[in-house]
Design a protein around this ligand. Sequence first.
Ligand code: FES
Ligand code: FE2
Length: 369
Amino acid sequence: MFVHQCRLPHVLKPSLYFCPEQYQKELNVLFRPSWQIVASLSDLPNDGDFVTRELFGTPVIVRNFGGTIRTFLNVCPHRHCLLSHEESGHSKELTCQYHGWQFNADGRTGKIPFAQNFRPMPGGPECLKSFRTEVRGPMIFVTLDDNAPALGEVPGPLIPVCDEFPAERWQQAGTWSYDFNASWKVVVENTVEAYHVPTVHPKTLVSFGTEEEIEHVITPDGTIMRSPIVSPDLYRRVANRLLPLLEPGCTHQYRLHHTFPNIFLMRIDAMLQVMTVIPTSPESCHMTVHVFILKAVKETFGSRLMTKLWGKAKVAIIKQVLAEDARLYPDLQRGMKHSPFHGTISTLEELVWAFQDYVRRKCGLEEEA
Ligand code: FES
Ligand SMILES: [Fe+2]
């Protein structure tokens, strides 16, 4: 069932999709105080593995220190070089690429080449700047805001869905990312509505069900869409036979959890899909996708094969669907720049309205008459 019975206004004016002042406001109000997914545990499984990321203009390095994940500003306190420019890698010690300063898990300096030349150094050299980091399920979360509430206090289903299965039950089937020439809001809005499915994905997705079958939940912090889905008959028959190998009682019901502003968790049968959309400029954004498949509690040759093949099939379908969406993003952005219209939103698209209304409330924008 839908929450609304009548069509809704397009809350955000087109100019808010490219205006630099609005972009800065969104970074300050929506993003910098939030918790963000920066990687999965599978991206840095071993001691010494690391990834670097750019979060709203802030370079960070996320590293595995003997099983503990820590995040630092990717800047050296010696002469300000990025510690590493590699997107991912492995090193025995966390070492700056420029003069080789080494750092411990707590961010303090370890070995400094020719350390005697820095004498006297009362109190020692500066530490790396660290950021709060938490692991939930298979995902690694970071906040740039020292005063943000604990991740466990984030309202809504983000944490319960991450915690549905322990990290070791999920096998990462794929992770990849895109850079889009469109506002992050364009990509978010497309992700939460199924109205475009028959025109944009006529071959890759089937109907999302009737209004009676679809359920929308709108809260101040996010939205949920539940749908009976979507899957062709053959898919269901294969899934019904094979998925119990991985987890008894797997359901084909599709759940899309949107945690405002930019985190999506999709659950269906034995799969968890995690997507984030990070703004990189007023008119560009970066999307990262992680796909996980359940492993059986007691793995067998058959179940391992199933996890692997199911993952391959899911990744192939998701890539195709996202490529179909991606073709539209530049046109949506260009349309925003030239639109003289107010726009309108159907009840089927009411989760777009809920997202826009969240941006309006948080950014203190006037309601359009
Ligand atoms: S700038 Fe990092 S060691 Fe010199
Ligand atoms: Fe789509």
